[in-house]
Design a binder for this molecule. Structure first.
Ligand code: NDP
Ligand code: 2IT
Length: 451
């Protein structure tokens, strides 16, 4: 038992009361670091953990905008600039009614470690708003984005802080945000946002990157554990947004049968395998509900999400489960159901989708577990590749970016595995990811002095 870790965790709990998601993210990382800080007294001497759990800066602001009926609306905006140790703050923006300080801080904290694992020069940040894009017209989304950026522009820049997408923020929102930034700054600062459309400076393969990267990481993990693969496996994927859709595409390419996907209203099960083009049309073009899949697929089954069972997808029998929707979607009960139904591997496409108890349960039951900060790092890694293309004023082909992504995911898996091996943690890649990222960040922190 490390007294140092316990002391810092107690302090974090006390100082951040009412922020359960933030505490959960910190608890998961620090608990995994106990064997590391026990071995090296320098971490306590240099107050490394205390510094890592305190964001450099948290910005909160008002976002006034006018809806189509002329009514004035007010939302709250956030940007946490968590760590600039190894590069400009980098991380997405989330627009969802559930966004609050705790959510933004947990995401920012995770991002610092994730970005360190990519091996690229990016620090960690995150932002967003409690604005709900669902049911809003394009014009309303545009006015909201313009108001959001009117404030955010004071705090960001291509060498300072580089936001991107996350839940509720895709190419449409990034476009409106970029347009307003450019208008205010009166300069073409291409690398200030990533996830841009390829028409004006985006990178090929950024749209696919998080989902593809998740599958590349899983492929390495399966290969390293008994030479397994996706071929012939049954897969369930929660969510039907950016991450879920491209995880599905790559899993299918590798021979898997994806039988279920979901949205916040419910999940669909298609025993013949999901027809992804229909999901893409419903979600990317029509911005509709996943239930509409049944219109063209009479054989599919729809299960409504309820307050008691918000994630019915985890009751479906599967070999591989890929949570790609949101935080805490796999509870201990859901983990028990998945194990009972024979799941062999779980890969986190979303950020912190699995509760700590559920992770422990998977590991105790020999389920291979790919942790978010490693497995979903392909998105932000490709964002960093977008930034470098913007700086070079030169573009890579889709194949070039995809190949770089594949190599990055292989290296991330290797870092997690090497760290787990070093501390004799078997195939606990969750602990391996935390240790590998921490070791790198701590070295940079000590080198840069007390700042
Ligand atoms: P999208 O907005 O494109 O899609 C989100 C999907 O998850 C939708 O199907 C949505 O359903 C569902 N969802 C969201 N919130 C909930 C909820 N509370 N309960 C049930 N379902 C929910 O987002 P992304 O695909 O970009 O992001 C998904 C996850 O992946 C997030 O955790 C994000 O942080 C993470 N991530 C994203 C990256 C990226 O590059 N985009 C990179 C790394 C991680 P509905 O439409 O009904 O709301
Ligand atoms: O959680 C994440 O890594 C993202 N939403 C992507 C961040 C980015 O800067 O591309």
């Amino acid at each position: 038992m490390s007294m140092y870790v316990e002391k810092v965790l107690d302090d974090v709990k006390l100082k951040n009361s009412g922020e359960p998601e933030f505490f959960q993210a910190v608890d998961e990382v620090l608990s995994a670091l106990k064997p590391v800080v026990e071995k090296n007294g320098d971490y306590e001497k240099f107050a490394i953990l205390e510094r890592m759990v305190e964001p450099e800066r948290l910005i909160i602001f008002r976002i006034p905008w006018v809806d189509d009926s002329g009514k004035i609306r007010i939302n709250r905006g956030y940007r946490v600039q968590f760590s600039s140790l190894i590069g400009p703050y980098k991380g997405g923006l989330r627009f969802h009614p559930s966004v609050n300080q705790s959510i933004i801080k947990f995401l920012g904290f995770e991002q610092v470690f994730k970005n360190a694992l990519t091996g690229l020069p990016i620090g960690g940040g995150k932002g967003g708003s409690d604005f709900d894009p669902k049911g809003k017209s394009d014009a309303e989304v545009m006015r909201f984005c313009q108001s959001f950026m009117t404030e955010l522009q004071r705090h960001i820049g291509q060498d300072v802080d580089v936001p991107a997408g996350d839940i509720g923020v895709g190419a449409r929102e990034i476009g409106y945000l970029f347009g307003q930034y450019k208008r205010i700054k009166d300069a073409y600062e291409g690398g200030v946002l990533t996830g841009k459309s390829v028409a004006y400076g985006g990178s090929l393969a950024r749209t696919e990157a998080t989902g593809y990267g998740l599958i590349y990481f899983m492929r390495e993990m399966l290969k390293s554990n008994g030479g397994n693969s996706f071929e012939g496996k049954t897969v369930t994927i929660s969510g039907s947004g950016n991450v879920a859709i491209y995880a599905c595409q790559k899993a299918q390419e590798l021979g898997a049968k994806v039988v279920a996907m979901s949205d916040s209203n419910g999940c669909i099960y298609d025993k013949y395998g999901i027809e992804l083009n229909d999901i893409k049309r419903i979600k990317e073009v029509e911005r509709g509900r996943i239930k509409n899949y049944l219109i063209n697929h009479k054989e599919a089954v729809y299960t409504e999400a309820t307050a008691e069972n918000p994630f019915p997808i985890w009751s479906i029998k599967t070999d591989i489960a890929l949570p790609c929707a949101t935080q805490n979607e796999i509870s201990l009960d859901a983990a028990k159901l998945l194990v009972q139904n024979g799941v062999t591997a779980v890969g986190e496409g979303a950020n912190m989708p699995t509760s700590m108890e559920a992770i422990e349960y998977f590991l105790a039951n020999n389920v291979l577990f790919a942790p978010a900060k490693a497995a979903n790092a392909g998105g932000v890694a490709t964002s960093a590749i977008e930034m470098s293309q913007n700086s070079m004023r030169f573009y890579y082909t889709f194949e070039e970016v995809d190949r770089k992504l594949e190599n990055i995911m292989k290296n991330i898996f290797k870092s997690c595995k090497d760290a787990a091996d070093r501390y004799e943690l078997g195939n606990n890649y969750a602990a391996g990811a935390n240790i590998a990222a921490f070791t790198k960040l701590a070295e940079a922190m000590i080198a840069q002095g007390v700042v």
